[in-house]
Ligand binder design. Structure first.
Ligand code: NAP
Ligand code: MG
Length: 509
């Protein structure tokens, strides 16, 4: 395993100074991790990754394709069959504890890499991401000893004894998006390793740097060669090859519903197991008795955090008609008060969108909203003046005059855009909240406990937040109903995703 880089005194210098050091490091082309070695793509092809705050190129990545995926899957298979599947849980736990310590120690650097690469504001994201990232590895440590089979009374007990054991599924292909790169990588890698699987991980082309650094830390923690492999590259080449590979037992995917559907089709060849964490168009519902001091900022950040590039974004804001105008204005004003800026400025609360392509998508939806008759009461167009004009910045935007049938109310925008709509009755808002192809999450704001519980039962979504939004933890299942996905990550279900169940029978007499 190649020796890892380390940035000295990360905690003693400012974000900006640390970033300068990192940028200097990033000039050399990155390589990919295969079978414990850092290698170039077989084709010799590379591609650039950019800093979306400035548009400048950050680094050059290897463009892995089918050949590289074949080699990485062979390395993962050989590590799995050769030794890793027989490694004791205690050993896996020790390695994961070392990894948790390394992620904790190098967190500032990992967070900076994501900030530079995809534009998440460095000061805004850091404490939440640190807790989640380290917490997920530690949760995997504890769950490695929670893997349980059962003895079963069968119809012929006494003559036949039966029990189940759980076994690692084998070689896992993990494909992740760019909107929370480090967290997404850990969310796949930690439970797969706790379960005893080996992995080939493909990060998103827009933001692979923190995943590559994580690969170095995985080596430093002492995981054997080939247990974790990382192939950078495009979705239509590396991603497609991984999801169709006949020797991959399971694909864990987070990304868009459209690509999730392509992955289902690609899995048909060997019927590989799938978990899919896909898109959303989450309703956030505010009743007139809500605590407004909490509901207003929370509704704004539900839509604007990470510049709205969140699968759980509360992008459909349903507000009771009696308070609608006032509430929508307050959310818009809150958004206007958020400092927009370079992701490395610790005071920035709204960073850029990840790429020019994403900028076009989001501003395209802003135009569609206006054309369909909605009105932007804040934001509504790209920032084209001053320093921010270099990057891909759009301001927090609130649309009113929206109806449920408009595209901005139905389709996932993945930008800081809230469609605010009034409602009259509880029954009506439940029906409208559920009238979507998605079912990832929902928020409900009310002081009436019975209503909160009723709403939580009636809403068809994988997570319902009552008087809060975006609460996520390693110990709690997370995932979607309907077209938001298959399976759950988090909780003990996260390990089940990486295990097969074997029934064992024994003749007793
Ligand atoms: P995306 O286009 O679906 O890409 C996700 C990953 O899939 C990337 O690594 C991408 O590679 C790869 N990919 C693209 N085409 C592929 C193919 N044909 N076969 C295999 N892999 C392929 O999504 P994104 O734009 O990166 O992320 C935004 C989406 O992710 C949103 O829809 C959001 O809701 C969803 N998301 C969901 C969750 C959740 O937990 N439910 C969390 C975060 C994000 P390249 O990028 O290199 O092309
Ligand atoms: Mg980038």
């Amino acid at each position: 395993m190649m020796k890892s880089r380390s940035i000295s005194n990360m905690n003693d210098t400012s974000f900006a100074d640390q970033a300068v050091t990192l940028k200097r490091e990033l000039v050399r082309p990155r390589s990919m991790l295969v079978g414990g070695r850092w290698v170039a793509a077989q084709s010799g092809e590379t591609f650039p990754t950019y800093n979306p705050s400035t548009g400048e190129q950050l680094s050059t990545l290897q463009s892995g394709n089918q050949q590289d995926i074949n080699i990485a899957v062979a390395a993962a298979r050989s590590a799995f069959e050769g030794h890793w599947r027989r490694v004791k849980a205690l050993e896996r736990q020790k390695l994961l504890i070392r990894l948790a310590e390394l992620v904790d120690r190098h967190f500032d650097e990992l967070n900076l890499l994501d900030s530079l690469d995809m534009g998440a504001p460095v000061g805004q994201t850091s404490p939440i991401y640190k807790r989640r990232s380290v917490g997920r590895v530690l949760y995997a440590v504890s769950s490695a000893l929670q893997i349980k089979g059962e003895t079963i009374q069968n119809a012929l007990s006494g003559e036949f004894f039966s029990y189940t054991v759980k076994e690692p599924i084998g070689v896992v292909g993990a494909i992740i998006p760019w909107n929370g790169p480090l967290g997404m990588a850990i969310w796949k890698v930690a439970p797969a390793l706790a379960a005893g699987c080996t992995i080939v991980l493909k990060p998103a082309e827009e933001a692979s740097l923190s995943t590559l650094r994580l690969g170095e830390l995985i080596g430093e923690a002492g995981f054997p060669d080939g247990v974790v492999n990382i192939i950078t590259g495009y979705g239509h080449t590396a991603g497609a090859a991984l999801s169709a590979h006949p020797d991959v037992d399971k694909v864990a995917f987070t990304g868009s519903t459209e690509v999730g559907q392509a992955i289902i089709r690609a899995s048909a060849g060997n019927l590989k197991r799938l978990t899919l964490e896909l898109g959303g168009k989450s309703p956030n519902i505010v009743f007139p008795d809500a605590n407004m001091e909490q509901a207003i900022p929370a509704a704004a950040m539900a839509g604007f955090a990470n510049s709205g590039q969140a699968c759980i974004a509360g992008s459909r804001l349903y507000v009771h008609r009696s308070i609608f105008e006032e509430f929508a204005q307050a959310v818009a004003a809150f958004g206007q008060g958020l400092k927009i800026g370079d992701s490395l400025d610790p005071d920035t609360r709204i960073g850029p969108l990840v790429s020019e392509r994403q900028l076009e998508r989001v501003t395209g939806y802003m135009r569609v909203g206006t054309e369909e008759g909605a009105r932007a009461i804040s934001g509504g167009a790209r920032i084209t003046e001053g320093d921010l004009a270099k990057g891909y910045f759009v301001p927090p935007t609130v649309f009113t005059g929206v109806s449920d049938s408009m595209r901005i109310a139905r389709e996932e925008i993945f930008g800081p855009v809230i469609s605010a709509m009034p409602f009259d009755t509880e029954e009506e808002v439940v029906q409208r909240a559920n009238a979507t192809a998605y079912g990832l999450s929902a928020g409900v704001w009310t002081k009436d406990i019975s209503r909160a519980l009723r709403m939580s039962r009636l809403i068809r979504a994988g997570s319902v937040w009552l008087n809060c939004y975006a609460a996520i933890d390693a110990a709690v299942p997370f995932g979607g109903y309907k077209m938001s996905g298959h399976g759950r990550e988090g909780g003990m279900m996260h390990l089940d995703n990486y295990l097969e169940t074997k029934a064992v029978w024994m003749k007793e007499e």
